[in-house]
Design a binder for this molecule. Structure first.
Ligand code: CA
Length: 234
């Protein structure tokens, strides 16, 4: 029997809490639930969950405070579950160390997929465990060859420039996870880089022309509008 992963659900709305708990239990996860931030923090300490689903709007504190507190001492994957439609909140959550976010209302497949991605990354210290021992990541007809620093599409070299390759390889290392524009910019051009999305957008347009069949409907690198990009992982 495989060891069950434990998911802590911090959510004050009982119907949503129940919905998530039911889905997870029937898909082989153990769950613990908390309805307040204080209770949630206590359960993180006593139960050491593998993943945390965190509602931002809690009665006693803001979910962002819990996230900030937690990130001082732990890298447990946190998926923010938010009803706040504001993109700025999602960006703030990701920048504060959330691994991912789900917007309410969400469906069962989305919830399960996000949890799977979070667990896969946490098992290898944050990066993608689908990268093979010979340092390749592939999805569909796209192959990122990390050892040779190149990207193949349908077996042919996509002929990316150095910056384009760095963007694609960064997204590939975290496939399935959304990386914010700021995060990508800082990784590429250093901590003092201006957070100007324009250069990134131009690079992305060029990348898509080289790797996507229909650049306007990308299959490999998806845009999370107003937030960042996500590399497809299946
Ligand atoms: Ca709430």
């Amino acid at each position: 029997m495989a060891v069950k992963h434990k998911v802590l659900i911090i959510e004050d709305e009982s119907s949503i809490q129940y919905f998530m708990q039911t889905i997870l239990e029937s898909n082989g996860y153990d769950t613990v639930t908390a309805s307040t931030g204080k209770e949630g923090i206590a359960l993180i300490n006593s139960h050491c969950p593998d993943v945390i689903l965190l509602d931002l709007g809690l009665p006693d504190m803001d979910g962002m405070e819990i996230l900030a507190e937690l990130r001082k001492w732990s890298l447990i994957p946190v998926i923010v579950v938010s009803a706040r439609g504001e993109e700025i909140d999602k960006v703030a959550a990701l920048d504060k160390g959330a691994d991912d976010y789900i917007m309410k209302p969400f469906g069962t497949p989305e919830l399960l997929a996000r949890i799977k991605v979070a667990l896969r990354h946490s098992a290898v210290g944050g990066t993608n465990s689908q990268i093979t021992p010979d340092s390749r990541y592939s999805v569909g007809d796209l192959v990122i060859d990390f050892a040779k620093c190149r990207v193949l599409i349908e077996g042919r070299d996509a002929e990316l420039t150095q910056n384009e390759y760095r963007i694609v390889s960064l997204l590939g290392k975290y496939a399935g996870r959304v990386l914010t524009y700021d995060y990508i910019i800082r990784q590429l051009w250093g901590p003092n880089a201006k957070s100007d999305n324009q250069i990134l957008r131009v690079n992305m347009a060029n990348i898509r022309r080289k790797i996507e069949k229909r650049p306007a409907e990308p299959r490999y690198i998806l845009t999370e509008v107003g937030i960042g990009y996500r590399m497809a992982d299946e």
